[in-house]
Design a protein around this ligand. Sequence first.
Ligand code: SAM
Ligand code: SF4
Length: 336
Amino acid sequence: MAFDQHGRAIDYLRLSVTDRCNLRCLYCMPEEGVSPKPHDSILTLEEITRFVQVAAEEGFKRIRLTGGEPLVRLGIEELVANLHAIDGIESIAMTTNGILLPKMAHKLKAAGLSRVNISLDTLSPEQFRYITRWGNIEEVFRGIDAALETGFKPVKVNAVVVRSLNQDLLAFARMSINRPLHVRFIEYMPVGDLLGSEGMGWTKEDTIPNEELIALINEQAKACGLGALEAISKRSETPDGWGPARYYHFKGAQGTVGFISALSRHFCGECNRLRLTVDGELLPCLFSDTSFGVKSALRQKDTGEVRRILHEALESKPDAHHYKVGTEHYMSQIGG
Ligand code: SAM
Ligand code: SF4
């Protein structure tokens, strides 16, 4: 088991497998996309696999594939299969916008992907088009259906909540009632430099603290006779996350409603993760501006050096993000 200098066990690796995407969410990517990286600057599937082999030997057990949009990375099914075959890797998950799932879900499941988080910030087709700049919400709905039909477990829907977007929170929460869907509300995090003059101007004030969110949903739920959300205290009744969500459910619902607050109630004390970007930089924290390059060591097949850099990155994990806002990376480059 790998530990950082603050005594936290770190066994969860988030791999950003591409910084490209088939959408352009306002808070994540500039409209023109990120400037395409030269082909040889990004890790090959084989290099990613080799890194995970070393990480597994150091005690990492759980992998999340993210991006950019992980499903646009050529050979993603093969990557899942290769990671699944590594001794010590217990579970492989993916965070996706869901659009390509109807085409790819079965192959991914067969390759060893078991858990899927689908990002969807609104249930309004117009607002979805606005947030993603061109997306068609029906494609995401079909992606959610495909994920459930294929039997991924759990299937989570992640919604980033932004005060000025005025999203229909109750409609989201209700998605958890009739199907085993786990809806999670995520506090908007002001990162990247999209917040400057060319950004949408969302600031820290646009982050709705979880307590306020729960109160808002309960007020609306009661008004339509649903009853309030009940907190789930037993971990065995939650969708077995590796992260810091607090879970609730409506009485009798098949799924749950979770809340993740990176800012208002940060969970740094429970942090169990390390991130690897597609160009081979290890990021000790989502908010890190310091990173540790493993690409050359991987290219030279210098396993000892890869291991050394992995530990160097672990040693540099900060105790907390200290409410730092803004990073030098776009979210699409870090992987959320
Ligand atoms: N393309 C995939 C997707 O959208 O699920 C994976 C990559 S995306 C960067 C991962 C997650 O980060 C998404 O759920 C997205 O909503 C979230 N995200 C992006 N920018 C964010 C921000 N500024 N604050 C909070 N979450 C953000
Ligand atoms: Fe693409 Fe995901 Fe970023 Fe949206 S949040 S632009 S879907 S990477």
